[in-house]
Every structure is written in structure tokens, then in C-alpha cells.
Design a protein around this ligand. Structure first.
Ligand SMILES: *Cc1c(COP(=O)(O)O)cnc(C)c1O
Length: 346
């Protein structure tokens, strides 16, 4: 039987971005000062004590990455070592025991292998989204870090992000703050998302796709959206990305910076970006695992519209090239830098 025939019978183009329970997930438990062996399980439910640290004081971190089929029929993940490292940093930030990098990579492979039938076929634009996460499972009532944790990875297939072409987004400059200076903005923690929900719901109710968050201290500088970093392109084809200690270091953004410099020969600058200067940029995009780059057509700052010359119909030319090159690398059509693609033996 060919691998294709073994795939789940799903309408891959139309599965959207929703949770769909798959066959196996990974779990490892930290107790008495060490991580256990870890194993795959068929049970998608987590049973917790009512006083678990995650439920009371929100001690939780997560990651997001994708597995997909390449042109030659292999199944691969994209730079999972960076997810492992970033999760290690997030763990330290929330006073949790880091899960060892090699074990993280092995666990991702195990989950993909066990759910290979859920990896969408090459060319469908769909992928298998992997969600590693770690939370405090031990009881905590006085405020302190828990003594017990679970590290888990589940996966769910997700459809193509841009169905029928990438429509540029409209953002609003938010009156809410995402992350305080010297806070938790650079850790991938659920608590940063809990804080952003009110702003997200309001932006949607007001007809915007996303928020542009500013630095809370001065409100002069661009930070990021709730879940994606900014890339701007100047009228001279220079790529500019905001620098701030409270931005989450996006793996997609770091990869696009490399692609801009080494594949497209563009100059890239990471520096503080003033809200007041964005009207001078030619293109704007949001970077993250889900979409790679979503083009931004317009930013609305309290009624004042900032329209990028790339317009509201399609991606600007530089962002399109960045998108095509990085997705080409991911799907095996363009040669990848050493170490970027991890092939999973089935
Ligand atoms: C996950 C995340 C991103 C995107 O990071 P990628 O590694 O590119 O997926 C950007 N901003 C925030 C706040 C995030 O949580």
C-alpha cells in the first residue's frame, strides 16, 4: 500500500484551522526533580488536580511548528531545534524545568510518525500543526512555582492559510498593551495571549483583522501583533524589523531575515521602529508559523489611515519573494540552509 492510500480521508483544502483529535500524543511527567521516560498515549484528555499550578496561577508555556510532506514524499519539520531552544528559554522565564532539547526533537518525531496518516499530502497547502506545551500539574495554593509538570505534544491537521490568495490585512493601533518592558513578552506563554484577548475581540468588533501593539513605556515604537512579528520593506527594498526586548522571537521572522540577506541579497536592519515612520514604508507583513507572511495593506491609528503602496489586493513584490522562497525551502523546492529541515524516518 502506498503512503498516499494510507492517509486519512479528509478534504485537506477545507479543514481550516480548528482542533481535530488525532491518534497519538506525547506526554512526559516531571516529578521528584526529574522528567520520566515519556510515552505516546491515545487519550486526548488531561486529568488534573483542582489546585494544579496551571489552573490557579497560569504557569504554562507552549510552542507551535508544522510537519508536512515534501515534493519527494518525505515528511519533515522546519527548524524544530529552534522551537526546542525557545521553549527552554520560556521554561526558565516561568521557573519551570526545561525539557531537554534532544528529547524534544525525538518527541516531535514520535508524534509525527505515530500520526503520519494525518500529514496532509504535498501540494494540498495543508500541514500537520504540532503543539508542544508544558504546564504546572502539581498543587499550588500559596504563590510559588509548582513541583510537578507535564510536557506534552499533540498535533492536528490544518488547512492552507491563504485559500484563494493572500488578502492584505487591516490592523488597528491598539490602546491596550501586549507585554510590559521587563515582563514576559519574549516568552511563549499562554498568559500573554490571555491578556491580549480583550484587545483582539475589540479589534474584530471594530472591523480590524489584528492589533498593532506599541511599546507600553513610550507608545512611540511598534512591537508586534498578538501572535506575529512585523517585517517592513522600505522604498529602497531594505527589510526592517522592529527590535525590542518584549517581542517574541519568531522563528519565521528570523528565517525570513536570513532568506532576505542570503537568498535575495537584501539589506536587513533590526532596529526600533517608530509608529510615526511606518507611513514611509513600501510594504508590511506579519510573520509566524501559521501563515509564514500575511501581507498588511493598511494600519489605522485612531481614525488616521496609513495605507501601504502595495495596496489591498495582493502581497507587495518583496514580501511575495520572501514568501515564495521560504515556502519553497520548507517544501523542498528550494535548497535549504544546512540544518533547517529535519526529515522524519517513518
Ligand atoms: C508564536 C508567536 C510568534 C510567531 O513565532 P513563530 O516562531 O514564527 O511561529 C510571534 N509572536 C508571538 C507573540 C507568538 O506567540
Amino acid at each position: 500500500m502506498s503512503t498516499k492510500a494510507e492517509k486519512k480521508d479528509l478534504d485537506w483544502q477545507n479543514i481550516g484551522f480548528t482542533y481535530r483529535v488525532t491518534d497519538k500524543r506525547y506526554v512526559s511527567v516531571y516529578k521528584d526533580g526529574k522528567w520520566d521516560e515519556g510515552q505516546l498515549t491515545s487519550d486526548p484528555n488531561v486529568v488534573l488536580n483542582e489546585c494544579a499550578g496551571i489552573l490557579q496561577y497560569c504557569q504554562e508555556i507552549f510552542e507551535g511548528l508544522k510537519a508536512y510532506e515534501t515534493e519527494d514524499g518525505s515528511i519533515v519539520t522546519f527548524r524544530p531545534d529552534l522551537n526546542a531552544e525557545r521553549m527552554g528559554n520560556s521554561a526558565v522565564g516561568l521557573v519551570m524545568p526545561p525539557f531537554p532539547k534532544e528529547r524534544f526533537l525525538e518527541a516531535v518525531d514520535q508524534v509525527v510518525r505515530a500520526n503520519a496518516a494525518w500529514v496532509p499530502p504535498y501540494g494540498s497547502g495543508a500541514s500537520l500543526y504540532l503543539r508542544p506545551y508544558m504546564f504546572a500539574s502539581g498543587p499550588v495554593i500559596g504563590v510559588k512555582p509548582s513541583d510537578e509538570y507535564q510536557f506534552r505534544i499533540f498535533c492536528t491537521p490544518v488547512g492552507p492559510y491563504f485559500k484563494g490568495g493572500a488578502k492584505p490585512l487591516t490592523l488597528c493601533v491598539s490602546d491596550y498593551d501586549r507585554a510590559a518592558p521587563h515582563g514576559t513578552g519574549h516568552f511563549k506563554a499562554g498568559l500573554n495571549y490571555a491578556m491580549s484577548l480583550q484587545a483582539y475581540v475589540k479589534a474584530h468588533a471594530d472591523g480590524f483583522d489584528e492589533n498593532m501593539f506599541l511599546d507600553p513605556a513610550s507608545r512611540n515604537f511598534v512591537e508586534e501583533t498578538g501572535g506575529a512579528n512585523f517585517l517592513f520593506v522600505t522604498k529602497d527594498n531594505e527589510v526592517v524589523t522592529p527590535k525590542s526586548d518584549s517581542i517574541l522571537p519568531s522563528i519565521t521572522r528570523r528565517s525570513l531575515v536570513y532568506v532576505a540577506e542570503h537568498y535575495l541579497g537584501l539589506k536587513v536592519t533590526e532596529r526600533p521602529v517608530r509608529l510615526a515612520e511606518i507611513a514611509d514604508f513600501a510594504e508590511c507583513g506579519l510573520c509566524g508559523t501559521a501563515a509564514v507572511i500575511s501581507p498588511v495593506g493598511k494600519v489605522v491609528d485612531h481614525g488616521k489611515e496609513i495605507c501601504f503602496p502595495s495596496g489591498m489586493e495582493k502581497m507587495g513584490p518583496v514580501i511575495q519573494k520572501l514568501y515564495d522562497t521560504l515556502t519553497g525551502i520548507q517544501q523542498g523546492r528550494v535548497e535549504a540552509p544546512a540544518g533547517w529541515i529535519r526529515k522524519i524516518s517513518l
